[in-house]
Write a protein that binds this ligand. Structure first.
Ligand code: HEM
Length: 187
């Protein structure tokens, strides 16, 4: 069966190309070899991976996070992503994190853009997007809300670089915020 197929193939090669099967396959092999050598020399990065190359060109490398020290809430607002040259910052419990790498979350038009340039502790604790909760004031929160906030803080500490702290203008009643080592619970 296979032999018959092979005979038919050889016959068709001779009929259609006028070449003996041996010559035909030699030319075919040479052609393939030349194609691979030439495309390997010139085309590898341009032709085979156009998308990854374009991607690298469009994605500018992120500048290293800049330490800001202690800044006011007013100063923090400047880093809300509206100026693309500035890093995107967000604070939790008074600790400021550089979230520039997650521009798709916090940049303009992103689902969490409203948190950028702010201490969003209260909103995160309450899982709220309400304007009144976009504040670092965490007074009066319940234990579950404080737990949720703690989880967010851990997530941010492990994912982002801390670049500063927010000058406190509102009293922070929860003593667990970093930078406040002494917890004092008085009855
Ligand atoms: C229907 C409700 C929600 C859905 C389906 C949702 C979905 C998501 C998804 C898919 C991500 C990306 C996770 C990742 O890739 O790491 C995310 C991230 C995030 N979500 Fe939500 N979310 C919801 C509600 C909320 C609420 C209520 C808040 C807070 C008020 C919130 C705050 C955040 C934040 C801050 C991030 C980014 C965390 C980071 O920087 O890695 N989300 N959410």
């Amino acid at each position: 069966m296979a032999l018959q197929l092979w005979e038919t193939l050889k016959e068709s090669i001779t009929v259609y190309t006028g070449l003996s099967p041996a010559t035909f396959f030699t030319i075919l092999a040479l052609g393939l070899a030349i194609y691979y050598v030439v495309s390997g020399l010139f085309g590898s990065s341009d032709q085979h991976h156009p998308s990854s190359r374009d991607f690298e060109e469009k994605m500018e490398p992120l500048p290293p996070p800049v330490q800001l020290g202690e800044i006011s809430e007013e100063e923090l607002k400047v880093y809300d992503g509206n100026d693309p040259k500035k890093p995107l910052l967000m604070a939790i419990k008074g600790q400021i994190y550089d979230v520039t790498q997650s521009r798709m979350f916090y940049g303009p038009g992103g689902p969490y853009a409203l948190f950028a340039g702010k201490d969003a502790s209260r909103a995160l604790a309450k899982m709220s997007f309400e304007e009144k909760d976009l504040t670092g004031d965490i007074s009066g929160l319940g234990p579950f809300e404080l737990d949720a906030l703690q989880d967010w803080e851990y997530k941010f500490m492990s994912k982002y670089v801390k670049v500063g702290t927010v000058k406190k203008t509102v009293p922070v009643t929860d003593g667990s915020a970093a930078g406040e080592p002494s917890r004092s619970y008085r009855p």
